[in-house]
Design a protein around this ligand. Structure first.
Ligand SMILES: [Fe+2]
Ligand SMILES: [Fe+2]
Length: 133
């Protein structure tokens, strides 16, 4: 999976986090393709989990800050990604990477960034006010 300019949402911090996530994910795909041993894959997955957790926390904070109306759905999508990633982590210990789960993550990233994240960026860039006390 490669970064494409069409993934850019126009908010530098989010774009940089997305670039890093895609980079992390590509490392996992490469490790699997090259038949690296399970521990290599496991540690790459742990890296992706850490960066995904940080990224999702940032986006969810932005949603609360800017009163994003679709916060529940968007947060549920994040939770689903994280669940599948955790399953891959578990399976990598059992040395049985399931290609379907990896493919799910690739499709998820493309669709989520181009869809749900783009909607969130639009909301913020359109000048949504900060939710006040
Ligand atoms: Fe998101
Ligand atoms: Fe995102």
């Amino acid at each position: 999976m490669q970064w494409r300019d069409t993934y850019s949402l126009g908010i530098r911090e989010i774009d940089e986090q997305h670039r890093a996530l895609i980079g992390n994910f590509t490392t996992i795909e490469e490790a699997i393709r090259q038949g690296e041993n399970w521990s290599t894959v496991y540690f790459h997955v742990a890296d992706l989990k850490e960066s995904a957790r940080f990224h999702f926390t940032c986006e969810e904070a932005l949603m609360r800050l800017f009163g994003y109306p679709d916060i529940r759905l968007h947060t549920a999508e994040h939770a689903h990604f994280f669940k599948v990633l955790s399953e891959i982590e578990l399976h990598s210990i059992n040395r049985s990477i399931e290609k379907e789960r990896v493919k799910f993550l690739r499709v998820w990233m493309t669709k989520h960034i181009a869809g749900s994240d783009r909607e969130l960026a639009r909301h913020i860039l359109a000048g949504a006010p900060v939710v006040k006390a």
